[in-house]
Design a protein around this ligand. Structure first.
Ligand code: NAP
Length: 254
């Protein structure tokens, strides 16, 4: 194991880790020696991911909670306290992506998207940062999107608004927490092969458009997002905070 990426003795919590990018991140951090709390709203997937990690000899705890629910978030961090008594890396990854025209966007979907994609990050960050402050430091990563930074999608206004909010939130948190050695960065993936994008990948015309727009001419793998998370959370990135990182095959070069 490269010493820079040695996460032994460190505790990592990934929200929405039952599948997709979150799942890839639990695998990457476990392989680097971390103890991992696998959160998801779906009990079966959280349990299966944690059980699989434990079968591989890793330390993993499944915790089922809706991270948009303040009580559930409180219970999640109480479970981390009880199991490990510390938290070194929080990855706010849980997200949803409803598709609506703004002309008839249901208010409930707008609010739920902001709750899951943005308010949940606030709730988890507050819990984690209090503990990290008392420990003397930590790392928080917020999984935003190119949709929230530089690349509008289509029919995803709530998603784009929530992700833009998450980028701004990350910078503000980075500014305030720097004095406590807590680093905060946002990650802005492009189109990544996960269940969230499965319906789009059946659309051959859409796939051809993407291949034309993405300089690397392919979609990204969840593991490629996890690699960036691992680096940002590691001591190799010790001087890096308050940035929003594209991982998108070169689609956005701003
Ligand atoms: P995904 O395959 O849909 O996985 C998201 C996971 O989060 C699911 O297991 C989901 O559970 C869980 N989840 C949803 N709401 C939750 C809540 N309130 N509390 C706890 N868990 C919850 O998505 P993904 O593609 O891996 O995306 C992960 C993150 O990356 C998201 O924030 C997404 O916006 C962002 N992102 C993805 C892409 C992409 O191309 N895939 C691009 C840019 C950004 P259920 O399935 O039970 O709902």
């Amino acid at each position: 194991m490269h010493p820079t990426y040695d996460f032994r003795e460190r505790v990592v919590c990934v929200t929405g880790a039952g599948r997709g990018i979150g799942l890839a991140m639990t695998a990457a951090f476990s392989a680097a020696g971390a103890a991992v709390c696998v959160n998801d709203i779906d009990a079966d997937s959280a349990d299966q991911v944690a059980a699989e990690l434990r079968r591989g000899g890793h330390d993993a705890l499944a915790f089922v909670a809706d991270v948009a629910d303040p009580a559930g978030v409180g219970e999640l961090f109480a479970a981390i306290d009880a199991r490990w008594g510390r938290i070194d890396v929080l990855i706010n990854n849980a997200g949803i992506e409803p598709v609506h025209s703004l002309f008839d966007h249901p208010l409930a979907d707008w609010q739920r998207t902001l709750d899951v994609n943005l308010t949940a990050a606030f709730l988890c960050t507050q819990q984690a940062a209090r503990r990290m402050r008392d420990q003397g430091g930590g790392v928080i990563l917020n999984i935003a999107s190119i949709a929230g930074k530089s690349q509008p999608l289509y029919l995803r206004a709530a998603y784009a608004a929530s992700k833009a909010g998450l980028v701004g939130f990350s910078k503000e948190a980075a500014r305030e927490f720097a004095a406590h050695q807590i680093r905060v960065n946002a990650i802005c993936p492009g189109v990544i092969i996960t269940p969230m994008t499965e319906h789009l990948r059946h659309d051959e015309a859409q796939m051809a458009r993407w291949r034309g727009e993405i300089p690397l001419a392919r979609l990204g793998e969840a593991e490629e997002v996890a690699n960036l998370a691992l680096w940002l959370a590691s001591d190799a990135a010790s001087y890096i905070t308050g940035a929003a990182w594209h991982v998108d095959g070169g689609k956005n070069m701003a």
